[in-house]
Design a protein around this ligand. Structure first.
Ligand code: GDP
Length: 474
């Protein structure tokens, strides 16, 4: 206040001061004050778009600008459980099946593409931020736009906040779809007020967040939402080089009894063709066939196109990136190199502390005889997997080691059973169920599956399992 007085500004503690004055005071104290203009929607949107554009440019840096062509946006849907993510995905899909593809039967391959006013939009159809996070964790920035679904009768919930944080961290532009507008208790203004409290004020409240009221069940507002997605993607100027060497990201993968390992990919650069050889971590494929989300065989997949790829050596990791190489031999060699590197890393970790004293020798023998309980965690949401992990990691035992082989979100699948069987692991489900056909497969492979709805019961049971591993003292 005294400094302000020195500048000829007479303000009390609670009084607002001019931006210019505030910047000067901050400078005096060695701070750089950045002022965000919430009211200035256009400038913020533009700044975000610039950031995204810069990233896209970096990605396309190897490409001559004249080779770049517009590509469809890749959109994911996030939000709290039961706020209507699945319903919205279904409703969008039903309303806007890409022309000429109406014949096929809807296939859930992890992503689908629709056409609106002659323009394509790709949706990731595994709702929820786990899939989104997994991709980010592996550095694959597949999503261009995030739709945050908020139920009009329920407002912000913990997973809404979690989803918002994830999208913001990823610097992905957010469009809010206020769903269930048909429900009696729907209160659009209340949701908008909450948006403002969370720093994402809607456009008509002087903020910058595009907000679209919809009803997934009645189908209202869906066209508006499509228009807003396309508008946002125009701002982002999404481009890719369709002639580059193909590369992209694995959306999901599984092992199909008849067709072997399958993976749904989204092409990010180049055009993927049947016959191409691709490598993804420790797996590779000489592409035997590709299918779109209607189950139709396709010969090629240009940028932003989801395609189910057949011809893999094994199931690649979802969220991992793939790239095309010269030929199958090269792909196989690279995959083998990756396998070799992974093995080396595993053994060097195991052999890390090399002491030669007698004590150490005995300790090593004891360690090699130490029993390990291996666990695969499956839970309803990303937050739960992390909660289960931290509870289990806190179980201390000198006699039995606990190893968490993997954590994932969703139903317990046949793939999980196969993974557990190869790794002699136990599957622990939290707030989730088993897919059809999992029980007999687990029985066949002698894989133990246990599911829980209460975390301390889960922890108690795991402690019991660890104790069971110890042989009775003789
Ligand atoms: P998710 O968990 O976010 O995928 O939510 P769902 O799509 O499974 O929807 C949860 C419940 O809300 C289901 O019973 C839906 O039928 C219902 N629901 C979803 N959207 C709407 C809507 O727009 N209006 C009404 N009345 N119900 C909806």
């Amino acid at each position: 206040i005294s400094e302000l007085m020195g500048m000829g500004v007479f303000a009390s503690m609670n009084q607002a001061i001019d931006e210019g004055v505030a910047i000067k005071v901050a400078e005096k104290h060695g701070y750089l004050l950045e002022v965000k203009h919430r009211g200035d929607a256009a400038s913020q949107q533009a700044a975000k778009a610039e950031e995204k554009k810069a990233r896209a440019k970096k990605a396309a840096a190897e490409d001559d600008p004249k080779n770049l062509a517009p590509r469809p946006p890749v959109v994911c849907i996030l939000g709290h459980v039961d706020h209507g993510k699945t319903s919205l995905l279904d409703s969008i899909r039903k309303a806007h099946v890409a022309s000429g593809e109406a014949g096929g039967i809807t296939q859930h391959i992890g992503a689908y593409q629709i056409e609106y006013n002659g323009r394509k939009i790709t949706f990731l159809d595994t709702p929820g931020h786990a899939a989104f996070n997994k991709m980010r964790a592996r550095g694959a920035d597949a999503t261009d736009i995030a739709i945050l679904v908020i139920a009009a009768d329920d407002g912000f919930k913990p997973q809404t906040e979690e989803a918002l944080a994830h999208a913001q961290n990823a610097k992905v532009p957010i469009i809010v779809a206020v769903n269930k507008m048909d429900v009696k208790g729907a209160n659009l203004d209340q949701v908008k007020a909450q948006m403002q409290q969370h720093g994402i004020a809607p456009e008509d409240w002087g903020g910058e967040t595009i907000t679209v009221p919809v009803s997934a069940i009645k189908g209202t507002g869906i066209s508006d939402l499509m228009e807003m997605i396309l508008l946002q993607s125009d701002v982002l100027e999404l481009k890719a080089n369709p002639k580059a060497d193909p590369s992209g990201v694995i959306i999901e993968s599984q092992i199909d009894v008849g067709r072997g390992p399958l993976a749904t990919v989204i092409v990010q650069r180049g055009t993927l063709k049947v016959g191409d050889s691709i490598v993804c971590g420790q797996q590779w494929a000489k592409i035997r066939a590709m299918y779109d989300d209607r189950g139709n065989a396709i010969k090629e997949a240009p940028p932003s196109t989801p395609a189910r790829v057949i011809g893999w050596s094994g199931a690649p990791d979802s969220g991992a990136t793939f790239k095309a190489v010269k030929n199958a031999r090269e792909a196989e060699r690279l995959a083998e190199d990756a396998q070799h590197a992974a093995k080396l890393a595993a053994t060097s970790q195991a052999a890390a502390p090399k002491e030669t004293s007698i004590d150490a020798l005995f300790a090593n023998i004891a360690a090699s005889q130490q029993k390990t309980l291996k666990i695969i965690i499956k839970a309803d949401v990303y937050g739960s997997t992390e909660a289960v992990r931290s509870v289990l990691e806190n179980i201390k035992s000198s006699k039995v080691a606990l190893e968490i082989v993997s954590t994932d979100v969703g139903l317990i699948s046949k793939n999980d059973v196969l993974m557990a069987s190869t790794g002699s692991a136990t599957i622990i489900g939290f707030n989730t169920k088993l897919e059809n056909g999992v029980t007999p497969l687990a029985k066949h492979h002698k894989v133990r599956i246990e599911t829980f709805g209460i975390i301390y019961e889960l922890a108690d049971r795991v402690r019991e399992m660890m104790a069971d591993l110890l042989e009775p003292d003789l």
